[in-house]
Design a protein. Structure first.
Lengths: 703, 525, 241
C-alpha cells in the first residue's frame, strides 16, 4: 500500500511542477516528492525488520516472462538509503529546478523521480526480467540526468559514454543472468541461488565474473571506471549527490545479489572481488588526488569508496566460502556499513560542492579558498564530511574502514597461502588508500576552505543556500551518529548479511568487558561475563564496546572497537585542554595578523593550491599517470617573457583497457565490413552458420 | 696588431660613429641612438667585448643626460666607452635583448633617472618597489632631495607580482624578505606547480641605501667611507677601486710599499671571503663539522686581520694616496707565518669535502649555469670562472702590482655547485701563494703621499673577491663628489641567479643560493 | 663512509672562555677609542669624519653611537689610545627591565637584516660558530617572530624594510625586547638619514639595547644578548675624559 502511495506521490511531484509560477509549484512538488521519499524510507525500515521475502507484485507477462517483485531486508536497506539520499538532495534539486521554465522543470523532476522509482524497483526485483527491466530504466534515467542541463558537447559525450559502458555492463550481466537462468531453468533469482550448488563450477564462475564486472561497472569497479568522473563531473550540480550517493549502490547490490550464492561455492570469485575492490580503491584515490575540480575529485573518491565496499564484500564471501561464516559476516558487515557511510558523507560533500558552486560560481579548487570564514555553516559541515570520508574517528568512515582492515587480518584462519597473500596485498592496498585519502581530503578542505580566496568570486562569497546547508547539517549529524552508534547498527547489518554468508556474525557479538583465560573454570567465567556486561551497560548509555568472538570455546577476538568510548575520551581530552587553557590563560589575549615574512601584502597567488599540494603525489605516481607534457616558451632576445607548461594526466584504465578495446572494436568492425562485399550465397552461408551455432548453444545449455 | 687596434679600425669604418682615443687603451665612441643596438651587439658578440657597466650622469637640470655604456676587451685590456646624450623625456633603445648583461642596468636607470629604454619588457618595480614608491620620482636626478624621505612615500601602486609561468594551479612561492636564520633581506618568488621550481623572480633592493645618491656632495675623502662600507664583506676591494679612481683624477702615484701592501691585503680579503662562502655552502647541506671548520678559518683570518690592520674587515686602512698607516715588520712576519697553516687547514677541508659523497651529491649538477648563459648574462668572478669564462681583471685589466705579477686563473666548465666550490678553494690557494710571494720583497718607504684634489672623472676597477667591480668617480675642483657609480659584481651575478634554479626542487634552493655566495648588500648599494 | 663526527671531535674545544673568564686573544675585537685627556683635542675632533670625538675642556670625549672605527684617530703623532674591550652594549633608555630569569637559558632571537653591509651579517653569523657558540649560553636563533623573544636588527633601516620590521615586531609575543646592532641601526651610521634610510631603529620601534660598533664583533653581540636577559650589565654610550 505504502509503495503505491509513494509511487503516486513521485508521479505527482513533476506534475505539480507544471503549474505556472516559480516558487509555489517548486515547493509543492518538493513537499510531495519528499513525502513520497519518507514513505518509501519507512517501507525500507519495515522491510529491514520484516521477513526474508515478502512478495509484492507477481505479473506473468506474455513473451518476456514472470515480472515479479519481492520485498527483502537487504533490498529494504538499499531502499532506505536511496530514499534518504533523495530526500536530503531534493531541496537543492527543487531549488535549481525552479530556475527552469515550467515544462523543463517538470521534465527534470520527472527524470529525477524516474531514477528513484527505477532504483526502488531494482532493489525489489525478484526475477531476471524485472531485474534487467529496472536496471535499464535506471540507466536511461541516469543518462537523462547527466545530459539534462546543457547541450554542450562535453556532457553529452559523458552521458553517451555512461550509456555505452552501462550497456556494455548490462550486456555482460544479461549474459550472466541468461546463462544461470537457463542452467537453473528458472527465471526466479531465489530459484537460481538455490540451484547453484548443482551447476557446473566453470559455468557459475564465468557467470559470476560476468555479473561482477558487468554490474560492478555501474559502481566504478576497474577496469571500466573512466566514465564515472567524466559523468559525475558534468552532471548538473544538484543531481551529483544523487548520482554518487545513491545510484552507485545499484552496481554493488546487483553483483552482490547474483554473486553471493555463487561465491559460496567458488572461493576464487570472492578473491577476485576482494582484489578488484582493493585495486579500485587505490586507483580511485590516486586519481582523486590529482583532480582540482571538486566534483571530479569527489567522483574519483566515489570510485575509491565503492572499491572499499567491494573489498569488504569480496572478503566476506571468501571467508564464507572457506567455511568461516562468522568472519565472513564481519567483513560483509564492514562492506555494507561502508556503503551506508559512503552514501552519507558523499551526499554531504556533493551537496557542499554544489552549494559552493551555487555561491561562488566555480568548483575549481584553484579558484576557491578562504570559504570557512565566508560560509561558516557550509564550511563546518563540509569539514565534518571530509573528516568522515578521511576515516577520522569518531565519524562513520572510521568505523567501517577499521572494521574492514581488522577483519582482513583474520585471514590467519585460512591455511591457504595464495589466499593469505591476496588478503595481505589487498589489506596493504587498502591501508595505502586510507593514507592517501587523508592527504586528499586535507587537500580538498584545505584548498577550498582555508587560506586566502584565490579568485574574486570566492572572496565575494557570503551566503550559501539554505537548501544545501540544512540537509548538510542533517547528514553531518548522521555521520557522527553512524560513527558513535556503531554498536547498534552492526547487529542490524549482521542480520542482513546472514543470508549472504550463512551465519549472523552478531550472534557472537559479546559485549563483555572481560576476556578470561581458559584456565579459569567455566563456572567462574559464566559468572563473571554477565558482570562485565552489566558494568558496561551501567556506565554507558549504549552498548559501548563491541567485542566479536569467533566462537565460545577458543574465543579469539575478531575485532574490538568502541567509537563511543573513543568519543567519550575525545570529549574528555578536548574538555581538559579547554579547561587547562582557561586555567593557564594570561589576563590578556593578543591577536595579531598572519605572519607573512614581512611582505607588504601576502597575495593569494603566493599561497598553496590543490595542484601544488598534490605535487609530491604526481611525482611519486608518475609512472601510473603517464603525463603528457607540453612546454612552450615565448622569448624576446635573451628575455623569457612567458613560459607555459601543460601536463595532461591519462587514466590508467582508459589507457590500458578502454583505448585498446575501442581500437580492437574498430579492427573487428573493419574486418566485418570486408565480409559485406560478398555475393548472396555468402550471406546465406553466414545465416546458416549462425543458426547452427545457436542450435548447438541451445542444445548444450538446454537439458 | 692588437684587438684594440683592430676594433678601432673597424669602428672608424662605421658611418656616423665617432671614435676618440682618450688615452692609450681607452676608446670613446659616439653614435646615434638607432645605432646603439647593432653597435653594442657587435661589440659583445663579434668582438667578444665584456660589458662593464652602464652609468647615467646629469650635469645640470637643463643639459641632456649622458649615458655611458662601458665595455672592455678581455684580451688586451682595451676599454670602450660608448657615450650618448639623451634629453629628459627621450627614450633610448634597450640593448638588453642582445647584451643581456645590461638588463638590470637599464631597469635601474629607469627607476632612478626616469630614463626609458624602449623595448625593454620589464621596466619598473626594481630599485624602488612599487608598493612603496610612486612612479616618476627619479631620485638620482639633481632636483630630487636625497637627504630626507619624500612625502609621497607609501602612496605607490599596489604591487602585483610578476608571473612568467602559465601553468594551471601554479603559484609564486615567496621566500623572504625576512627568512632563514642569518640571511640577507630580499624576496625570491619561485614560480612552481609544487616541488619543482620552473622560474625564479629575484626581487632585491630591500636593502637599497642610495649610496650613489648620498655620496653626491660629500668630499672625496668622506665618500671613501661609503665606498668602503656599502659591502663590508669585500670592503677593501671596493675601497681600493674607489681610491684608484680618486688617485687617477688627482694623477697621484701611490708609493711602492703601499701598492705592495694593498695587494697583500686584497688577497687576504679574498681568502676570508671565500672561506666564509665555503662555510655557508657546508652549512646549507647541514654538514655542521665542515661548516665549523670553515668558520674556524674565517674567525682566525678575521683575528689575523685585526692584528695586522686594527680592524677585522680592514675598515680604515685605505686612504687616498696610499694607506692610512703602515704595517710593521713584525706584523708582516706574523702574516707570513700564520698563512701557510691556515692554507693547510683549507686544503684539509677541501680534501675532506671532496671525499664526502653525500655532500657532493647535493652540490654536483646543482644550480648549474651553462657557459652560454654565463656569457649571455656576463657573469663575473668565481661564478664566471666556474662556468668556463677565464675572465679576471687582475689579468685582463691589471692594476696596481698585478701588472707585474702573473696571475693563475682556475677555470671549471661545469658551472654547477661543485665547480664553484672548487674554484673557491683554488683561488684561496692561489691567493695564499700570491701573498707569500709578495711578502718576500715588500719595498720600504712611505705608505702614503698626498693626493691632490682636482676636477675630473675616472673609471677604476678591482677584481673584488666576488668579481669585477667598476667605480666611476667625478669630482668638482673643491674635491666634492659629483657622481659616484658603483658597478658591483653582485649586481651582475644576481641577475643570472634566476636561471640557475630552474628545474631544481624547493629544498635545493638554499644550497644553490649558498653555492652562488652572492652578497645582497653589494647588489643593493 | 663519512667520519665527520670524528673530525669534529678531533679538533677539541674551540670555544671562547668568555663570559666565565676573560677573553684576551688578540683580534677578537677591533677595539675603540678611549676618551682621554689630550692636548690637541680640537685637531682630533676635526679629524673625526663622523663627529664621534668632541673636544671638551678636559680633553676628548667619545660618542660611541657615532664611532665607526675608521682608525683616523688611532695612528699618528697625537693618537688616541684604543681599548681592546668588547663589552660595549648600552641601554636604549626606554626603561623596560631585562627579560629576567625565565629567559636565562632559553632566549630566542630573530635576526633581521635592514640594510647591513655584510660585515655585520658576517659577525652575527659567527656567533653561531664554535669559537663563540651562542647555544652554550642558552641563546637560539629562530626564523619566525612567533617564537622570538628578542628582535636583533642590523643596518641603517632601509625604507623597504620598515614595513617588514614593524610587522615582525607586532608578530612577536610579549614580553619582547629589541636590540639594535651596529651604529647603522642607531642613527644610520655613515649612511645617515636619507630618502632611502630611516637612519635609526629607534624611530620605528622602541629599542631596549644598543650594541655600538662597526661592526660589533661576535663577543660584543653576545654581550648585548646577555644584557637583554640581565646576565650582564650595560656600559655607557658616551665617555668623558
Amino acid at each position: 500500500m505504502l509503495y503505491i502511495i509513494a509511487y503516486l506521490l513521485f508521479a505527482a511531484g513533476p506534475l505539480l511542477a507544471l503549474l505556472p509560477g516559480r516558487h509555489i509549484p517548486s515547493v509543492l512538488a518538493w513537499s510531495t516528492m519528499t513525502t513520497g521519499c519518507v514513505l518509501m524510507g519507512t517501507e525500507g525500515v519495515i522491510a529491514i525488520d520484516g521477513p526474508a521475502a515478502q512478495p509484492l507484485i507477481q505479473l506473468a507477462l506474455p513473451i518476456i516472462g514472470p515480472f515479479y517483485f519481492v520485498q527483502t531486508p537487504l533490498g529494504g536497506l538499499l531502499i532506505l538509503i536511496t530514499a534518504s539520499v533523495f530526500a536530503v538532495a531534493l531541496p537543492f534539486v527543487a531549488r535549481d529546478a525552479s530556475a527552469f521554465p515550467q515544462g523543463r522543470r517538470a521534465l527534470f523532476l520527472a527524470i529525477v523521480m524516474l531514477t528513484l522509482a527505477a532504483m526502488i524497483g531494482f532493489f525489489s526485483a525478484a526475477t531476471i526480467v524485472s531485474f534487467i527491466f529496472c536496471w535499464e530504466l535506471a540507466a536511461i534515467a541516469i543518462w537523462g540526468l547527466i545530459t539534462f542541463e546543457t547541450r554542450q558537447s562535453k556532457p553529452v559525450a559523458a552521458g553517451l559514454l555512461t550509456l555505452a559502458l552501462s550497456e556494455l555492463g548490462s550486456l555482460a550481466g544479461l549474459v550472466s543472468l541468461l546463462l544461470l537462468a537457463s542452467a537453473a531453468s528458472t527465471p526466479q533469482l531465489v530459484g537460481i541461488a538455490a540451484a547453484i550448488p548443482h551447476l557446473s563450477p566453470t559455468l557459475i564462475l564465468v557467470a559470476g565474473l560476468l555479473a561482477f564486472f558487468g554490474f560492478g561497472m555501474k559502481a566504478g569497479i576497474i577496469p571500466l571506471n573512466v566514465w564515472l568522473p567524466a559523468a559525475h563531473g558534468t552532471a548538473p550540480r544538484s543531481t551529483s549527490p544523487i548520482l554518487s550517493g545513491a545510484t552507485l549502490n545499484l552496481g554493488l547490490y546487483a553483483f552482490l545479489r547474483i554473486d553471493a550464492p555463487i561465491a559460496l561455492h567458488t572461493p576464487d570469485l570472492g578473491l577476485i572481488i576482494l582484489s578488484s575492490g582493493a585495486l579500485t580503491a587505490l586507483i580511485g584515490i590516486i586519481y582523486a588526488l590529482v583532480e582540482k575540480d571538486m566534483k571530479r575529485l569527489l567522483a574519483q573518491s566515489s570510485v575509491e569508496n565503492m572499491g572499499i565496499a567491494t573489498a569488504g564484500i569480496g572478503a566476506g564471501l571468501t571467508f564464507a566460502a572457506y567455511g568461516h561464516p562468522l568472519l565472513g559476516g564481519a567483513s560483509m558487515v564492514a562492506g555494507l556499513y561502508h556503503m551506508i557511510n559512503h552514501s552519507t558523507f558523499k551526499t554531504l560533500l556533493f551537496l557542499g560542492a554544489g552549494g559552493i558552486d551555487a555561491t561562488t560560481g566555480t568548483h575549481n579548487l584553484d579558484e576557491l579558498g578562504g570559504l570557512m570564514k565566508r560560509l561558516p555553516a557550509l564550511g563546518g559541515f563540509f569539514l565534518v564530511g571530509t573528516f568522515a570520508i578521511a576515516a577520522l574517528p569518531p565519524f562513520n568512515g572510521f568505523v567501517s574502514e577499521w572494521l574492514l582492515l581488522e577483519s582482513l587480518l583474520r585471514v590467519v584462519e585460512i591455511p591457504d597461502i595464495p589466499v593469505r597473500i591476496t588478503f595481505a596485498l589487498s589489506g596493504a592496498l587498502l591501508a595505502l588508500t586510507s593514507g592517501l585519502a587523508l592527504t586528499c581530503f586535507i587537500m580538498l578542505s584545505g584548498s577550498a576552505l582555508m587560506g586566502l580566496p584565490r579568485s574574486e568570486r570566492a572572496a565575494q562569497a557570503h551566503k550559501a543556500p539554505r537548501t544545501v546547508i540544512i540537509p548538510m547539517g542533517m547528514l553531518a549529524v548522521l555521520s557522527l551518529l553512524l560513527g558513535l552508534a556503531a554498536t547498534l547498527i552492526i547487529p542490524v547489518l549482521g542480520r542482513l548479511a546472514a543470508p549472504l554468508v550463512g551465519a549472523n556474525p552478531t550472534a557472537s557479538l559479546v559485549p563483555a568487558f572481560f576476556h578470561l583465560r581458559s584456565s579459569i573454570p567455566l563456572a567462574v567465567q559464566h559468572a563473571l561475563n554477565p558482570i562485565g556486561v552489566n558494568v558496561g551497560a551501567a556506565f554507558l548509555p549504549l552498548r559501548g564496546l563491541v567485542v566479536m568472538h569467533l566462537d565460545q570455546t577458543s574465543a579469539p577476538v575478531v575485532y574490538a572497537m568502541s567509537t563511543m568510548l573513543a568519543f567519550v575520551v575525545l570529549i574528555l581530552m578536548l574538555g581538559g585542554v579547554w579547561l587547562l587553557a582557561r586555567g593557564l590563560r594570561h589576563k590578556r589575549i593578543t591577536r595579531s595578523t598572519l605572519w607573512d615574512a614581512g611582505l607588504t601584502r601576502l597575495r593569494p597567488e603566493m599561497t598553496y593550491t590543490a595542484t601544488t599540494f598534490a605535487a609530491p603525489v604526481r611525482v611519486v605516481f608518475q609512472g601510473l599517470f603517464h603525463p603528457h607534457i607540453e612546454e612552450d616558451e615565448e622569448r624576446q632576445g635573451a628575455f623569457v617573457l612567458t613560459r607555459s607548461h601543460r601536463q595532461v594526466i591519462t587514466n590508467i584504465s582508459d589507457r590500458l583497457v578502454l583505448k585498446p578495446m575501442i581500437s580492437a572494436a574498430f579492427t573487428v568492425a573493419n574486418r566485418l565490413a570486408r565480409m559485406h562485399k560478398g555475393r548472396v550465397n555468402t550471406y546465406a552461408a553466414y545465416i546458416l552458420l549462425a543458426m547452427v551455432l545457436v542450435l548447438i548453444m541451445v542444445g548444450g545449455t538446454g537439458r | 696588431m692588437t684587438a684594440g687596434a683592430k676594433i678601432s679600425d673597424w669602428l672608424q669604418q662605421q658611418t656616423d660613429v665617432t671614435v676618440r682615443e682618450i688615452y692609450a687603451g681607452w676608446l670613446q665612441l659616439g653614435c646615434k641612438a638607432d645605432q646603439l643596438v647593432t653597435l653594442t651587439t657587435a661589440l659583445v658578440n663579434h668582438w667578444r667585448a665584456e660589458f662593464a657597466t652602464l652609468l647615467v650622469e646629469e650635469t645640470s637640470a637643463e643639459a641632456p643626460l649622458a649615458v655611458h655604456y662601458l665595455f672592455y676587451l678581455p684580451e688586451d685590456g682595451c676599454l670602450i666607452e660608448l657615450k650618448i646624450l639623451v634629453r629628459p623625456g627621450e627614450e633610448l633603445p634597450a640593448i638588453s635583448d642582445t647584451v643581456h648583461a645590461a638588463d638590470w642596468h637599464e631597469r635601474e636607470a629607469w627607476d632612478l633617472y626616469g630614463l626609458r629604454f624602449s623595448g625593454h619588457p620589464f621596466l619598473g618595480d626594481f630599485v624602488l618597489h612599487d608598493d612603496d614608491w610612486p612612479e616618476g620620482l627619479d631620485p638620482m636626478r639633481h632636483h630630487f632631495d636625497g637627504r630626507r624621505r619624500p612625502d609621497v612615500h607609501g602612496s605607490g601602486a599596489n604591487w602585483v607580482p610578476p608571473k612568467i609561468l602559465q601553468e594551471e594551479g601554479s603559484i609564486l612561492f615567496p621566500i623572504g624578505p625576512i627568512w632563514g636564520d642569518f640571511n640577507e633581506s630580499g624576496l625570491w618568488l619561485l614560480e612552481t606547480p609544487g616541488e619543482q621550481i620552473r622560474y625564479l623572480h629575484t626581487r632585491l633592493f630591500y636593502k637599497y641605501r642610495g649610496v650613489e645618491k648620498i655620496a653626491e656632495g660629500q668630499t672625496v675623502d668622506r665618500a671613501l667611507l661609503l665606498a668602503e662600507r656599502f659591502a663590508g664583506a669585500s670592503a677593501f676591494a671596493h675601497a681600493w677601486a674607489y681610491c684608484q679612481a680618486a688617485e687617477r683624477i688627482g694623477d697621484c702615484t701611490v708609493p711602492a710599499r703601499a701598492q705592495s701592501l694593498r695587494l697583500i691585503i686584497a688577497e687576504l680579503e679574498r681568502i676570508r671571503h671565500h672561506a666564509a662562502n665555503i662555510a655557508e655552502i657546508a652549512g646549507s647541506t647541514a654538514l655542521s663539522v665542515a661548516k665549523a671548520m670553515a668558520q674556524g678559518i674565517v674567525e682566525d683570518l678575521l683575528r689575523l686581520s685585526a692584528r695586522l690592520c686594527g680592524h677585522r674587515y680592514f675598515f680604515g686602512l685605505l686612504t687616498l694616496g696610499g694607506l692610512n698607516f703602515d704595517l710593521d715588520p713584525a706584523q708582516l712576519t706574523l702574516l707570513a707565518e700564520t698563512l701557510p697553516t691556515l692554507n693547510g687547514r683549507m686544503r684539509e677541508l677541501e680534501l675532506l669535502l671532496g671525499n664526502s659523497s653525500s655532500f657532493l651529491d647535493r652540490i654536483e649538477e646543482m644550480g648549474a649555469l651553462s657557459p652560454e648563459l654565463a656569457h649571455t648574462y656576463g657573469v663575473v668572478g668565481p661564478i664566471a670562472r666556474a662556468s668556463g669564462r677565464a675572465i679576471d681583471l687582475r689579468r685582463t685589466l691589471p692594476y696596481g702590482n698585478y701588472q707585474t705579477l702573473p696571475i693563475d686563473i682556475p677555470v671549471e666548465q661545469e658551472g654547477d655547485g661543485y665547480a664553484r666550490l672548487r674554484v673557491l678553494f683554488a683561488e684561496s690557494r692561489i691567493s695564499t701563494a700570491l701573498i707569500l710571494q709578495a711578502l718576500q720583497d715588500v719595498p720600504t718607504g712611505p705608505v702614503r703621499i698626498a693626493c691632490p684634489l682636482r676636477e675630473g672623472h675616472a673609471l677604476a676597477w678591482v677584481e673584488a673577491p666576488s668579481g669585477a667591480t667598476f667605480h666611476w668617480l667625478r669630482c668638482a675642483a673643491d674635491g666634492q663628489v659629483l657622481r659616484l657609480r658603483l658597478g658591483t659584481p653582485g649586481f651582475r651575478n644576481w641577475h643570472a641567479f634566476e636561471r640557475a634554479v630552474e628545474g631544481a626542487a624547493f629544498q635545493d634552493f638554499p644550497i644553490i643560493l649558498a653555492t652562488w655566495g652572492l652578497s645582497v648588500a653589494e647588489n643593493d648599494r | 663512509m663519512s667520519f665527520w663526527p670524528y673530525y669534529g671531535l678531533k679538533r677539541g674545544i674551540q670555544t671562547t672562555p668568555w663570559p666565565t673568564t676573560e677573553e684576551q686573544t688578540p683580534g677578537v675585537t677591533p677595539g675603540r677609542p678611549q676618551a682621554s685627556q689630550v692636548v690637541n683635542a680640537e685637531a682630533l675632533a676635526q679629524g673625526c669624519p663622523t663627529d664621534a670625538l668632541q673636544a671638551v675642556a678636559a680633553g676628548v670625549a667619545v660618542d660611541f653611537a657615532r664611532c665607526i672605527h675608521c682608525q683616523r684617530c688611532r695612528h699618528g703623532d697625537n693618537a688616541l689610545h684604543w681599548s681592546e674591550d668588547f663589552t660595549w652594549t648600552s641601554t636604549g633608555g626606554i626603561g623596560l627591565p631585562p627579560l629576567g630569569s625565565r629567559f636565562r637559558r632559553s632566549l630566542h632571537v630573530l635576526y633581521i637584516d635592514a640594510g647591513a653591509c655584510g660585515a655585520c651579517v658576517n659577525e652575527v653569523r659567527l656567533i653561531d660558530a664554535p669559537a663563540y657558540n651562542l647555544h652554550r649560553l642558552g641563546i637560539f636563533i629562530t626564523a619566525s617572530p612567533r617564537d622570538a623573544d628578542v628582535l636583533l636588527v642590523a643596518g641603517p633601516i632601509t625604507d623597504a624594510m620598515r614595513t617588514a620590521i614593524g610587522k615582525a615586531y607586532a608578530a612577536m609575543p610579549e614580553p619582547k625586547r629589541v636590540v639594535g646592532m651596529g651604529v647603522c641601526s642607531m642613527n644610520g651610521g655613515i649612511f645617515g638619514e636619507s630618502f632611502a634610510c630611516t637612519g635609526g631603529l629607534g624611530k620605528i620601534i622602541p629599542v631596549d639595547v644598543w650594541i655600538p660598533g662597526c661592526p660589533p664583533p661576535p663577543l660584543a653581540i653576545l654581550h648585548g644578548l646577555l644584557t637583554v636577559v640581565g646576565r650582564d650589565i650595560p656600559t655607557a654610550l658616551k665617555e668623558q675624559p
